[in-house]
Design a protein around this ligand. Structure first.
Ligand SMILES: [Zn+2]
Length: 245
């Protein structure tokens, strides 16, 4: 093979450190993988749980002593009730679990808002990933969320590594922060098959055709941009991955 042709072949198949599967275009109804990261414990979360437990006991004992016990009100009851209320206030300030479990994978980044709601930003929908407070903010047009480096250190490392391979221009992190976040562990997070995502209200990125029929939807494997199967461009309009020969 002439050197020039070899070079062309090499250029057409960029190696991307395993972050994206071999096939550049996926059917939307095939199984997609992602990793689930539960938040780790933090001093703040522990303070919250202790405050909730002690506050509940103190408030309950205070109410009992003041009104429910048969032999008249106990003199210490108001103090117990006030103390219990203060501890519950501490829980509300410190302990509420602001860091939700996260999903990171082929479909993008997802936050489990509660047991049923999973809010996702596809890689192509992320506008910026940058520092915010003591964590990272993932910003998109539809939604944004922040993850703390203290409780979601492993998820942050996975997020930054995948984003660097898929949508590098959205990463707005200095070298020092990148070094602090570090590289992801191969076994971090629980590998899951993602629930099939909704395609209602989505439009083809190239033709703006509505994507109402799941089997007609194709997805860029690198950035998760969606296309109608009849309008797949040669290169992804978002990440420039080569989609067709
Ligand atoms: Zn793409």
């Amino acid at each position: 093979m002439p050197a020039e042709a070899r070079q062309r072949t090499g250029a057409a198949r960029p190696k991307r450190a395993g972050a994206t599967p071999d096939r550049p275009l996926r059917r939307r109804d095939e199984p997609m993988r992602e990793r689930r990261f539960a938040p780790g414990d933090s001093f703040r979360a522990i303070v919250g749980v202790v405050a909730l437990s002690l506050g509940g006991v103190a408030l309950g004992a205070g109410v009992y002593g003041q009104w429910l016990r048969g032999a008249g009100a106990w003199v210490g009851s108001p103090y117990l009730m006030v103390g219990g209320a203060v501890l519950l206030a501490v829980y509300l300030v410190f302990g509420r679990d602001l860091d939700r479990p996260l999903r990171i994978g082929e479909l993008g980044v997802g936050v489990e808002r509660d047991g049923k709601t999973l809010e996702r930003l596809a890689w192509c929908e992320i506008e910026a990933i940058g520092p915010k407070g003591r964590g990272l903010e993932v910003r998109g047009a539809r939604t944004s969320f922040t993850l703390s480096l203290e409780r979601h250190g492993k998820a942050a490392a996975r997020l930054v590594s995948e984003a660097a391979a898929r949508v590098p221009d959205r990463l707005q992190l200095g070298d020092a922060l990148r070094a602090r976040i570090g590289r992801p562990g191969a076994n971090d997070g629980d590998v899951l098959v993602a629930e099939p995502p909704q395609v209602v209200d989505e439009l083809c990125r190239a033709s703006e055709r509505p994507l109402t029929i799941e089997k007609d939807v194709r997805m860029c494997a690198r950035c998760a941009a969606l296309y109608h199967k009849a309008a797949v461009p040669r290169r992804c309009v978002v990440c420039d991955a080569k989609l067709k020969a």
